[in-house]
Design a protein. Structure first.
Length: 433
């Protein structure tokens, strides 16, 4: 059955894997209504094809080079998603012992894991050394000393890269901009050479590279190329001082379209990067990348049911069954996610704030959205593959949503909806008087 002419099918980031057919939303070969009926809501739905094709775009652009794409798993750390990227030949960028265990569980090759983050504990370092990860991205002099000590105690040498802070403005949200000198991340450009000399002098460390990551949701090429130039200046200085840097890790950060952004494509980002590397005579150096959002962000949606409509003199609200505990980005960053009906209706749209059931005024998913909707309808919150489930919480004692992966005509539950006993599994009854 086709949709009536008058029903406008809204823009939805994530095509062609997310698309309209017969007047309703499909993920690959499966109608979203069928998934919502089968698995309930709120429900995260991911397209395996979209994830695979993003990984393939990086790999194709890097073909013929000595390069490794390390998926920044903080974006979406669900095991089946990690397995998909491991099978696609990706390594992983991790930031905690928990992420290390998840990556290993998903079949990651330890040599293809890089460990980022400003606050690694001794226990995390030890475990990562024992399993033999590829590289520690070290963020401070103090961390270098501790890592040296931990490695010597284990009788091994830790492979290290220093994360340098190139002091460029990624022109993104202040909370996700990391390459400016006032950020907590990385080692200041002017201290980098001395830090490398120190690292090279420590017997428990083996310098294997240099890295930088300037921020997330970057939508222009310039900050990348500025950072690259700054890092290459350092590479030249450090190697002139006799310290070899076998690899260059350029971090992640490529933005996606949430609304009307036009970020560089994966091909153009990698193309421009390789061109600059070649122009400066660094084309042979091993290259690592740590993309997160651009691999998974637009591969996913969150399907939510309208519970109630509430119209008033000043505002109209669509109250839905997903909240800020499921989709924290609007509350945390004021982020925009497109919200579309799964089966658009004909009619005159009303302007609504789409809000969740959590007891906070900050619990909104979208403001001033023109939609034709009524209680019982399903809505899809777009661009929900990255930094949604991985940032979800139990606030208000809400169990986390289920997740489904779609590949062609098939779907698979990859995370069951949490039940109340999952919420208190680690808690103990009161035993004190
Ligand atoms: N590498 C490092 C060292 C990082 O800190 C990050 C992200 C990435 C790679 C991956 O960046 P991506 O390619 O995903 O932009 N929760 C925020 C995003 C925080 C990003 C933190 N670091 C959000 O929801 O927008």
């Amino acid at each position: 059955m086709s949709a009536p002419e008058s029903v406008a099918l809204p823009f939805l980031p994530g095509s062609p894997h997310l698309h309209w057919r017969d007047g309703e939303l499909w993920v690959e070969g499966v109608p979203v209504t069928e998934l919502a009926r089968t698995y309930g809501t709120p429900l995260f739905v991911y397209s395996a094809g979209a994830m695979r094709s993003a990984a393939a775009a990086y790999q194709r652009a890097l073909a013929g080079r000595d390069a490794l794409v390390c998926y920044a798993m903080k974006a979406n750390a669900t095991l089946a998603v990690l397995e998909l990227f491991a099978r696609a030949g990706c390594g992983f960028d991790i930031v905690s012992g928990g992420e290390l265990e998840r990556a290993l569980r998903a079949g990651a090759e330890p040599q293809r894991i890089v460990f980022s983050g400003v606050g690694k504990t001794r226990a995390e370092m030890r475990r990562a050394l024992e399993v033999g990860i590829g590289c520690f991205n070290v963020e401070s002099l103090a961390e270098l000393d501790v890592l040296d000590e931990v490695a010597r105690a284990l009788g091994c040498r830790a492979p290290v890269s220093l994360r340098v802070n190139p002091d460029v403005d990624a022109r993104t949200h202040p909370y996700i901009s990391t390459g400016l000198r006032d950020n907590k991340f990385g080692i200041a450009h002017e201290q980098a050479l001395a830090a490398y000399r120190h690292a090279a002098s420590l017997p428990g460390l083996e310098v294997v590279g240099i890295d930088c990551h300037i921020g997330s949701q970057i939508t222009t090429l310039e900050p990348y190329l500025d950072a690259l130039d700054r890092v290459l200046d350092l590479v030249e200085q450090i190697e002139a001082a006799g310290i070899a840097l076998p690899h260059l890790d350029l971090g992640g950060g490529l933005g996606i379209t949430y609304r009307d952004e036009t970020p560089p494509t994966i091909e153009s980002l990698i193309g421009a990067t390789l061109q600059r590397l070649d122009a400066r005579g660094h084309g042979q150096r091993r290259l690592l990348l740590e993309p997160g959002r651009s691999l998974v962000g637009n591969a996913g949606i969150c399907v939510t049911e309208v519970l109630y409509t509430k119209t008033g003199p000043h505002k109209n609200f669509l109250i839905v069954d997903a909240g800020m505990n499921d989709l924290p980005r609007p509350a945390m960053y004021g982020a925009y996610h497109a919200i579309v009906p799964v089966r658009p209706r004909a009619g005159t749209p009303t302007v609504w704030d789409v809000v969740g059931p959590v007891c906070e005024s900050g619990d909104w998913l979208g403001r001033d959205r023109a939609l034709v909707a009524q209680a019982g309808d399903w809505l899809a919150v777009a661009s929900a593959g990255a930094y949604c489930m991985s940032m979800a919480s139990h606030y208000n004692s809400r169990g986390r949503a289920a997740e489904v992966l779609v590949s062609g005509p098939r779907s698979q539950l990859i995370r069951a909806r949490e039940v109340p006993s999952d919420l208190w599994r680690q808690e103990r009854a009161l035993a004190l008087d």
